[in-house]
Design a protein around this ligand. Structure first.
Ligand SMILES: [Fe+2]
Length: 299
C-alpha cells in the first residue's frame, strides 16, 4: 500500500513539474485555410491571444517580440494581454515590434480586471466569472498604446483595411465572457471581398452573431485550449459554452469546415490556445502555449 501511494505521489509531482515546464514551452503553429477569391494573394495572419503578462515575464516578452521576424501581413490579438496591475507597459513592450504591421485587437476580461486566486477545480466544473471587488486595470492605457501604434480597436466596432492587396471587412465584439459584447451597426457601402470576425471568448451567441453578420473567418481565444488536457484525448473544458472538440485549432462553425462535406454554411473558426495562464495557475498539460501563423489562401 505504501509503495502504491509513494508511486502515485511521485507521478503527481512529475506531472506537476512537467506542466510548469510546458507552460513556458512557447511554440508557433502554422496552418492555412482556403477562403480567398481565386487568384488572390495569400494573407499571412499572426494570431496572438491570452498573453496574460506580468512585469517579471521577461522571457515571454522577448519571445513575443521575436515573432516580428515572421513579417505577417496582419496581426490579430484576441485579448487577455494583461495579468497584473502594472502590466500595461509590459504588454506594449512585448507587442511594440509587431505594431510595425497592420493589426486589430479586442479585449478579454483580464484586460479589464486583475486576476484573483482561484480554486483550479472550480475551473474544471464551470466557466470562471470576474470576482466581485477585482481591481480594475488601466484598459484605456492599453487601448491607447495599441491604437497610437497603428492598430485598430475592434471592441464592438467595424473596420475595413487593405491587407496584402485584398480589402478586408472586420467586425469585432468586446468580451462576451463578462457581457460586454454588442454587435456594431451595419456598415453603409459595398461589402469587401472577405469579412473576418474577432472576439475574445468564443461563446455560441457571439459566434452566431458574427456568422450571421457575414464573417467567413472568425478568430477567438480565451479557452487556453483547455489548459490542462488529457494526453491523446484533449480538452476537458473551454471556459465557455463552446464544445471541447473546438477548444483550440482550426475548425468549422457551426458545422464542419467549409472545405469538408456539409460545411458550405460554415465559417472558418480559429481558436488560439494562447500563450499564458492566470498567474495563480501557471500550468499547462498536453496543450503548449502558442502563437499561430494562419495563412489565408485562394479557394
Ligand atoms: Fe485568458
Amino acid at each position: 500500500m505504501k509503495r502504491v501511494l509513494g508511486t502515485a505521489v511521485a507521478a503527481g509531482v512529475g506531472v506537476l513539474a512537467w506542466s510548469l515546464v510546458e507552460a513556458q514551452s512557447f511554440t508557433v503553429r502554422q496552418i492555412s485555410a482556403p477562403v480567398l477569391a481565386p487568384g488572390s494573394k495569400p494573407i499571412r495572419i499572426l494570431h496572438l491571444s491570452d498573453l496574460h503578462l506580468t512585469p517579471s515575464q521577461r522571457r515571454k516578452v522577448a519571445w513575443v517580440r521575436h515573432l516580428a521576424s515572421f513579417r505577417p501581413d496582419l496581426v490579430v490579438d484576441t485579448g487577455d494581454n494583461l495579468a497584473h496591475v502594472d502590466a500595461v507597459p509590459t504588454a506594449l513592450e512585448a507587442l511594440e515590434p509587431l505594431l510595425a504591421f497592420p493589426g486589430v485587437f479586442v479585449h478579454g476580461s483580464n484586460d479589464y480586471f486583475a486576476p484573483t486566486p482561484r480554486n483550479p477545480l472550480k475551473y474544471l466544473r464551470e466557466p470562471t466569472q470576474a470576482s466581485a471587488g477585482a481591481t480594475a486595470l488601466d484598459t484605456a492605457a492599453l487601448t491607447a498604446g495599441l491604437t497610437e501604434g497603428g492598430w485598430t480597436d475592434l471592441n464592438n466596432v467595424r473596420a475595413s483595411l487593405e491587407i496584402a492587396g485584398t480589402t478586408v471587412d472586420f467586425v469585432g465584439l468586446d468580451d462576451p465572457h463578462i457581457g460586454r459584447d454588442r454587435l456594431p451597426e451595419p456598415a453603409a457601402g459595398a461589402e469587401a471581398a472577405l469579412r473576418i470576425g474577432v472576439v475574445h471568448a468564443p461563446y455560441l451567441r457571439a459566434l452566431g452573431q458574427l456568422r450571421e453578420d457575414g464573417a467567413e473567418v472568425i478568430l477567438a481565444g480565451h479557452t487556453h485550449g483547455g489548459q490542462v488536457n488529457v494526453p491523446f484525448r484533449g480538452a476537458l473544458v473551454t471556459n465557455c459554452d463552446l464544445d471541447t472538440a473546438r477548444a483550440s485549432g482550426l475548425h468549422g462553425w457551426p458545422g464542419p469546415r467549409p472545405d469538408e462535406q456539409g460545411g458550405s454554411e460554415s465559417a472558418w473558426l480559429h481558436v488560439s490556445a494562447g500563450l499564458g495562464t492566470n498567474p495563480y495557475t501557471p500550468v499547462r498539460l498536453a496543450c503548449r502555449p502558442e502563437a499561430t501563423m494562419l495563412t489565408l489562401l485562394p479557394r
